[in-house]
Design a protein around this ligand. Structure first.
Ligand code: PLA
Length: 457
């Protein structure tokens, strides 16, 4: 059996990177020695100076998610399976470009769309269509929502975080669920926001810790920022029910907290984008809770590499909206000036055309259905291969991920002994499973969990 170490894979990546740069350096040096003496001298002086300056820079750790994706690419084991990054794969394990997205791209090409700069805040028609998708057709977007186009969901969190850091009182803390998408902590730290955790999920019960969540949100200082996953919570796949949301909304209102929604999976939870927006829309409908929304089209439109999303702030009136828009522009302009155009043009084209929109909704539902069916099959297969554990939490969870309850040690064994790449918190991207790798993954999970606990305490 081939033995792989996830950690040694990381180091392999860094080693290769280091080799690549030292090769570049030696080639460069050889090249300069064959040219004039003065250019050789200036090249070596430059190299020596930069070595001196950067010698203090430490090697950083690999990213908890994308670092593993990189290790997967470097692995040459033919059995390897990627269930790490939350990127949809079809039944054959291949990336899928939605046919509605392809049709929109054809339209853009036929219309001879130009490559001009977008305004700082992005394409206003895209923003309007995108916000309608999130807030619903009833919302008076023109007068009450300040929205800008962003570099996908990550960029939206970053712009929103920066806005909050600039305009909330200095000691305001953003409360983040435990666990959460790991990048949240880094993003808000970079924004200059103070962050603290709130309880969300119990590893003892493999279920929502509603009482812990309500208590932590209630005990947070009045006027704090509460980060909420709009649906398909990452990594747990565990969302509050509508009744539980009602209790959360009550506390948000009681404590005058700001609700910052991260919506990266609208449509992926239930297969119905309208249904998945319900909790968010209920908070907005209250009219008493300040709301921000970070929206991504990476997953639900399959536009991962196109970096397309929005950040919006619910305002009292059109005058307030204009003031906030001006501040969002001031944050964006020195950061990246204006957003890229292709992804937003695709989403705009799809959502501006009734036929393409209907087609899109069907395609989004088909992704959610395939994920859901793999989820059920995984649980069935685990029983079939002899697992005695209760995996019903995995069957109940929704969205892209299964939060299995496996420990870091079990995850490392899956990677090292079976070349199954997953995050070390026990999260599996269900979208990476298909009929060809299901038996293998289920048997490996059984092997590393057999006789051991998958719940804490
Ligand atoms: N918010 C949440 C909750 C996410 O899970 C992700 C992506 C994002 C925002 C950002 O997505 P975007 O910038 O691509 O729009 N999380 C992925 C990928 C799917 C990643 O880590 O970047 C994940 O595997 O968790």
């Amino acid at each position: 059996m081939k033995v792989h170490s996830s950690l040694s894979s990381y180091y392999l990546v860094f080693y290769l990177t280091a080799c690549a740069s030292s090769t570049a350096f030696s080639l460069h040096s050889t090249g300069s020695s064959s040219s004039s003496a003065s250019s050789a001298l200036s090249a070596s002086t430059t190299t020596a100076a930069s070595n001196f300056i950067w010698s203090q820079v430490e090697q950083g750790p690999p990213d908890a998610i994308l670092g593993i994706a990189q290790a997967f690419r470097a692995c040459d084991d033919t059995r390897k399976v990627n269930v790490c990054v939350g990127a949809y794969r079809d039944a054959k394990g291949q990336p899928w470009v939605l046919p509605s997205v392809r049709a929109a791209e054809h339209q853009l090409l036929e219309n001879n769309d130009n490559k001009e700069y977008l305004p700082i805040e992005g394409d206003s028609i895209f923003v309007q269509k995108a916000l309608q998708f999130a807030y619903g057709k009833e919302m008076d977007l023109d007068n009450t929502v300040a929205g800008v186009q962003t570099l996908s969901g990550t960029g939206a969190c970053r712009i929103g975080g920066r806005f909050l850091a600039k305009f909330m009182p200095k000691d305001t803390t953003i409360y983040i669920p435990t666990p959460t998408w790991g990048n949240h902590w880094k993003i808000f730290d970079e924004c200059g926001l103070q962050a603290a955790p709130y309880r969300y999920y119990s590893r003892k019960t493999n279920n929502l810790d509603l009482q812990g969540m309500l208590q932590d949100i209630r005990e947070a200082p009045e006027g704090s920022i509460i980060l909420l996953h709009a649906c398909a919570h990452n990594p747990t796949g565990c969302d509050p029910t509508q009744e539980e949301w009602a209790q959360i909304i009550e506390v948000l209102e009681e404590k005058n907290h700001v609700a910052f929604f991260d919506s990266a999976y609208q449509g992926f939870a239930s297969g119905d984008a309208e249904k998945d927006a319900q909790a968010f829309r209920n908070v907005v409908a209250k009219g008493t809770i300040p709301v921000l929304l970070a929206q991504s089209f990476a997953k639900n439109f399959g536009l991962y590499g196109e970096r397309c999303g929005t950040l919006s702030v619910v305002c009292n009136d059109a005058e307030e909206k204009e003031r906030i828009m001006s501040q969002l522009r001031l944050i964006i302009r020195p950061m990246y000036s204006s957003p890229p155009k292709h992804g937003s043009s695709i989403v705009k084209t799809v959502l501006s055309d009734d036929t393409l929109t209907t087609q899109y909704y069907t395609e989004c539902a088909s992704m959610a259905e395939r994920i859901q069916s793999m989820r059920t099959k995984l649980v069935e297969k685990l029983a079939e291969v002899g697992s005695k554990h209760d995996w019903s939490h995995v069957a109940k969870q929704i969205g892209m991920f299964a939060f299995t309850g496996m420990t870091q040690e079990m995850c490392d064994r899956l990677t090292n002994e079976y070349a199954i790449y997953l995050t070390r918190d026990g999260r599996i991207s269900i979208a990476g499973l298909n009929d060809s790798n299901l038996d293998y993954v289920a048997s490996a999970i059984h092997a590393v969990t057999d006789g051991k606990s998958i719940t804490e305490g």
